[in-house]
Design a protein around this ligand. Structure first.
Ligand SMILES: Nc1nc2[nH]c(O)nc2c(=O)[nH]1
Length: 263
C-alpha cells in the first residue's frame, strides 16, 4: 500500500487539454478500442499467428502470460518483440518447462536482449503458478476473474498489483482468451494501465500525476477501462506506418484517434 492513499497530493494538469481528451475518448468508446485491438494492433495478429501454429490453447495462453512477464527493457519496439515471440514458438513449441524454453530463446533474441538472466529467473518463479492451471482454470479467469488473475500473478511474482508487467500480462491474456475462446470479454475497470515508456511520455502532455491514477480516473469518467484506453493509444503512439494504414482501413473514427495522438 502506498502513502498516496492517505496524502492528497496536488498535481498540475492542463484542464482544457484533459477536457478535450475526455470528449474524444467518450466519442470513441469501447467499440473503437475493440476494433483497434483486433484489427489494428500488430500484437493481436502475432498472437493469432502463434495460436494457429501451436494448435494447443492451454500452451498458447501460458506462453502469452510468460512472454508478457518478460516484456520490459526491450531492444526494439514491442510490436517487433511480439512477432519474434510468435515466430520462434511457432517453430519451437516447448515440450516441457517454459522457463527452460526461454533460456534458449532469449540469449539469441534480436528484440529482447537485456537482463536475460533476471528474466529467466522471473519465469522460473512464474512456472509453478502456470503449471497449476488446466485450460478450464484459464477459461474461468477469462470469463470471471481477470482481476483475480492480476492479484494472483502479482502474488506469485512478489510484484505490485499495478506493476507494468503484471497489468500488461492481463491485457495480453485478454487478447489470448479472446482468440482461444472466441468471445469478447471487456477488461475490468479496476485494472490499471500498463505504465510503459509510450504511455508515460503521453501522460506528461496532460499532467504530472502518475499515469496509473490519472488514467484510472479518465477511465471512470469516460466509461472505458484503462486497459482498453491503452489499446486505443499504444499502437498509434508507436508511429508505425502499417498501424496507420490499418487504422484508416478498419476504424471509421480514425481521425479522432489521430487527434487524440496529436493532443
Ligand atoms: N502500455 C503498453 N505497453 C506495452 N509494451 C508492449 O510490448 N506492448 C504494450 C502495450 O500494448 N501497451
Amino acid at each position: 500500500m502506498t502513502l498516496d492513499r492517505f496524502i492528497r497530493v496536488k498535481y498540475k494538469a492542463n484542464e482544457k487539454k484533459v477536457e478535450v481528451l475526455r470528449e474524444i475518448l467518450s466519442e470513441l468508446g469501447l467499440d473503437c478500442a475493440r476494433t483497434i485491438e483486433e484489427r489494428v494492433d500488430l500484437q493481436f495478429d502475432a498472437l493469432k499467428n502463434l495460436h494457429a501454429n501451436l494448435g494447443d490453447d492451454e500452451l498458447f495462453i501460458k506462453l502469452v502470460i510468460a512472454n508478457s512477464i518478460v516484456s520490459y527493457q526491450l531492444t526494439a519496439k514491442g510490436e517487433r518483440w511480439w512477432w519474434e515471440f510468435s515466430r520462434y514458438f511457432s517453430e519451437n513449441p516447448p515440450a516441457g518447462s517454459i522457463a527452460e524454453a526461454y533460456s534458449s530463446f532469449l540469449p539469441n533474441s534480436m528484440t529482447n536482449r537485456r537482463l536475460v538472466a533476471g528474466k529467466v529467473r522471473r519465469l522460473e518463479r512464474l512456472e509453478p503458478f502456470l503449471d497449476s492451471f488446466s485450460l478450464s482454470g484459464l477459461r474461468d479467469y477469462y470469463f470471471n476473474g481477470m482481476e483475480r488473475l492480476r492479484d494472483e500473478l502479482a502474488k506469485a511474482l512478489g510484484s505490485k498489483r499495478s506493476a507494468k508487467t503484471i497489468v500488461f500480462a492481463v491485457k495480453m491474456f485478454g487478447y489470448a482468451g479472446r482468440i482461444a475462446f472466441g468471445e469478447f470479454v471487456p477488461y475490468p475497470m479496476v485494472i490499471e494501465i500498463p505504465d510503459d515508456v509510450r504511455i508515460n511520455a503521453y501522460t506528461k502532455r496532460f499532467t504530472n500525476e502518475p499515469p496509473v491514477s490519472f488514467w484510472g480516473r479518465i477511465g471512470e469518467e469516460t466509461g472505458i477501462p484503462p486497459l482498453h484506453i491503452d489499446s486505443i493509444l499504444w499502437p498509434v503512439l508507436g508511429g508505425s506506418a502499417e498501424v496507420l494504414r490499418r487504422l484508416k482501413e478498419h476504424c471509421t473514427k480514425w481521425e479522432d484517434v489521430l487527434r487524440l495522438a496529436n493532443l
